[in-house]
Write a new protein. Structure first.
Length: 45
């Protein structure tokens, strides 16, 4: 098993694909910045 084996992490890196053995980076859930700023200004004023 090595670079040619697509079932391994090294093989996934070699072929440029993602899967169970090499998951893609998950997107972080972040709060919308525009709404937070607007709410903060209203509370201060």
């Amino acid at each position: 098993m090595g670079r040619g084996d697509i079932r391994t992490k090294r093989g996934k890196i070699s072929s440029g694909t993602y899967g169970v053995s090499r998951p893609a980076k998950a997107k972080k859930a972040t709060a919308p910045k525009a709404e937070d700023k607007a709410a903060g200004k209203k509370a201060k004023a």
